[in-house]
Design a protein around this ligand. Structure first.
Ligand code: 76R
Length: 248
């Protein structure tokens, strides 16, 4: 039996993907639409206010393609708050003109593969910041869920800890070569959602997503063990951009 990896958990993450029913939206009177937008912006102000006291983080994005139109991304210390957020959002007038094609529940996770066993990560402020991250204010985001394969010789969960460490080191070296270009937040979701991890990437240039992910595909840990779900790419929305997206 191989040894489980020690992990450190931080804030819980709720990726709430929404699709807008534009016909329904256009059937509402201009003043009714205005009311709904104002109510939505009020809720958004409340969602983002947690960042002021370091009690969570919030981001909103316009999603490209047919899979969704919007992503509301919440980080909070516990899932009770995420549940309250869900209920609050669903009571908004805006929720009535959207559907919920996808969502993802996970928790910010750092694994001990590349951490010196003699350090106490929890007393390190930089480490805390990685477990309780304020979402980067980059222009673009990319989200996808993934698994580590369990098939014959390619069973991640039967590989020795030393071998996994070696592979994760090489993975980290590729990742760090994108330092300053791509920020990643890895969230663990074993027992929380359908895949084992959520990968949330942030960059000011979407081509870096393609280049980084391509490079990782050729690295052993992704080439042998990576299994991926659907990809969602979004543009960060300011409140003004969100209002003008909804106004005609
Ligand atoms: O060295 C370190 O301090 C951190 C090293 C590191 C770990 C342990 C690291 C670095 N990652 C780690 C863990 Mn990662 N990561 C992904 C993907 O598309 C793919 O092929 C995989 C999706 C990307 C794009 C990515 C990016 N990483 C993990 C884990 C958990 C594994 C486990 O516990 O078994 C997963 C699932 C995963 C997946 N990784 C980095 C990056 C980037 C950009 C870095 C450098 C980050 C930095 O320097 O801050």
């Amino acid at each position: 039996m191989s040894q489980a990896v020690k992990t450190y958990e931080g804030w819980f993450a709720y990726h709430d993907f929404r699709k807008i029913d534009w016909n329904k939206w256009k059937s509402i009177s201009p003043s009714g639409r205005q009311e709904i937008i104002l109510e939505l912006l009020d809720a958004i102000a409340e969602f983002s206010s947690v960042e002021n006291n370091n009690e969570g983080s919030f981001g909103q994005y316009a999603i490209l393609g047919h899979k969704a139109d919007l992503l509301f991304l919440h980080l909070r210390p516990n899932i009770d708050e995420l549940n309250d957020i869900k209920t609050k959002f669903n009571k908004l007038g805006f929720a009535g003109i959207t559907s919920n094609p996808y969502s993802y529940l996970s928790v910010v996770e750092l694994s001990s593969y590349t951490i010196d066993p003699d350090t106490d990560p929890l007393s390190d402020p930089a480490f805390r910041e990685r477990l309780q991250p304020i979402l980067p204010k980059t222009q673009y985001t990319c989200f996808y869920p993934m698994n580590k394969r369990r098939l014959g010789e390619d069973n991640w969960y039967r590989i020795s800890v030393d071998e996994r460490k070696k592979m994760m080191k090489s993975h980290g070296v590729i990742g760090r070569s994108y330092s300053g270009k791509v920020r990643q937040i890895i969230t663990g979701s074993i027992g929380l959602d359908d895949w084992e991890w959520g990968v949330s990437l942030f960059s000011d240039d979407p081509l870096y997503f393609k280049k980084l992910i391509t490079e990782m595909r050729f690295d052993e840990v992704s080439a042998r063990f990576g299994e991926f779900g659907s990809f969602y790419v979004g543009c960060r929305l300011t409140n003004e951009m969100l209002s003008s997206m909804l106004n005609d």
